[in-house]
Design a binder for this molecule. Structure first.
Ligand code: AMP
Length: 182
């Protein structure tokens, strides 16, 4: 089983990914986490990505697609923060078909009010979370990532859930999509 968690930055994808990857024994792949690990290790890739990430813009498709290709295994995967562009979504379909003979099963969009997101992100205080960057990241999401909703709707894979409220309640809402009969 392969799942994509879709949602604006600060919508809670990371937190829900941890719960879901444990519940369903999935390989949790976060391109944001992988990029931050490159920055911490001070690799050339990390140095290149840092400036882009600090501005709130997207790292190039080629870089993140290669990272995902390197981390796919035979386990089902929970994709967190990837894909973020149509190009990435199409590349992911091809990668899953060729590497794993599999496909995306569920795309779960966490719907959270933008003002609530800005407050959440300011509260978590990460280095790339100042208000100017946050607003840019939301614009980038609206322009480059939102078209993915249409892409997955056309494949009947898109499910939107209310991403506000208690963490466990949000996880339960996602479970009703993945296990509709339980
Ligand atoms: P995140 O932790 O998912 O919010 O990602 C933090 C930053 O890493 C983003 O603002 C982007 O600059 C970069 N990033 C993470 N995932 C991707 C992706 N799939 N495509 C392009 N850039 C990404």
């Amino acid at each position: 089983m392969n799942i994509i968690l879709l949602g604006a930055p600060g919508s809670g994808k990371g937190t829900q990914s941890q719960n879901l990857s444990t519940l369903y024994n999935l390989n949790h792949l976060s391109t944001g986490d992988l990029l931050r690990a490159e920055i911490t290790a001070n690799t050339p890739l990390g140095q290149q990505a840092k400036t882009i990430m600090d501005s709130g813009n997207l790292v190039s498709d080629d870089i993140v697609i290669a990272m995902i290709a390197n981390h796919l295994n035979q386990q089902g995967t929970l994709f967190d923060g990837f894909p973020r562009t149509l190009n990435q979504a199409q590349a992911l379909d091809t990668l899953l078909a060729t590497h794993n003979n599999s496909q995306i099963d569920y795309v779960i969009e966490l719907d959270v009010d933008q003002e609530e997101i800005i407050q959440r992100m300011l509260a978590r205080g990460r280095a790339d979370d100042n208000e100017h960057t946050i607003r840019n990241r939301l614009n980038v999401y609206n322009q480059q990532t939102k078209p993915l909703i249409d892409y997955y709707q056309q494949q009947n894979k898109h499910h939107k859930i209310d991403g506000s409220g208690a963490i466990e309640d949000i996880t339960a809402r996602i479970q009703t999509i993945i296990e509709p009969t339980s």
